[in-house]
Design a protein around this ligand. Structure first.
Ligand code: MLT
Length: 245
């Protein structure tokens, strides 16, 4: 298994696809997706276009859908929720499909949707992602950070490092054997430095600061909890993810 880390979707190669692609948007899209599926959501369907989301979801009965729209960290008017995982309680999501569009995270999933296997990862389900990778042993794995409008994000690359470290802890591989590009070593170093203070890392991150300005302190605390959910969002059809387990 060779891991490749890409800090943003724009940096992924366009001339090939990996056996397994892992989209990461810790603050907060992939954290929200994992939370919804763990809480009994039927599926997560991702859109980069808000109007298309509204059009497609219109054919679903209101009691079977939940529309999440976020831009710039804030809820889009006319949607049921924004993109806070704390809004996704079992009472609200159970049995419903989450139709979601966010500033960056949903674009990442669309960018990699041609891969044979597409997963969504965050700190909260990191162990479930590592378990899958060790079980399936894909030859090539891309871990793709969502960043912010094409720029690097600390939290997404640190999560990529957490996934790499999880593999190293459970195999005899060395970092050099596992790493397919230098960004993997960089991600491991970043995570190793902050693994005991992920919330502190989020406070340094530009998007973490943006969310703090929006009074999303509790979101950051929730998103910083590693390995709390045994749930693995995996793509079942283009743009539609369900729990693998
Ligand atoms: C994103 O897509 O960039 C994030 O999920 C935005 C957010 O929810 O704050």
């Amino acid at each position: 298994m060779k891991l490749f880390v890409y800090h943003t979707p724009e940096l992924t190669p366009t001339d090939k696809v990996p056996e397994c692609a892992i989209a990461v948007d810790v603050l907060r899209a992939t954290t929200t997706m994992a939370t919804v599926l763990a809480a009994g959501g039927e599926a997560v369907q991702v859109f980069s276009d808000l109007d298309q989301l509204m059009q497609v979801s219109e054919s679903w009965p209101p009691e079977k859908r939940l529309r999440a729209g976020e831009r710039g960290g804030a809820k889009v008017p006319g949607f049921d929720i924004g993109n806070s995982p704390l809004d996704c309680t079992p009472e609200i999501v159970r049995g419903r499909r989450l139709f979601i569009s966010t500033t960056n995270g949903t674009r990442t999933l669309q960018r990699v949707q041609r891969a044979q296997a597409v997963l969504a990862a965050a700190f909260i389900n990191r162990s479930a992602v590592v378990k899958y990778l060790l079980q399936i042993q894909p030859e090539t794995v891309w871990i793709v950070g969502s960043g912010w409008e094409g720029s690097f994000s600390l939290e997404d690359t640190a999560c990529a490092g957490a996934i790499a470290c999880g593999i190293l802890q459970q195999t005899q591989s060395s970092p050099d054997e596992l790493a397919g590009n230098d960004e993997v070593i960089n991600a491991i170093a970043l995570y190793s430095q902050w693994k005991d203070n992920l919330l502190g890392l989020f406070h340094h991150a530009s998007h973490g600061k943006r969310l703090l300005r929006l009074n999303c302190h509790e979101d950051l605390k929730y998103c910083s909890q590693a390995d709390i959910l045994d749930v693995l969002p995996i793509q079942k059809e283009p743009g539609v993810l369900k729990n693998y387990y």
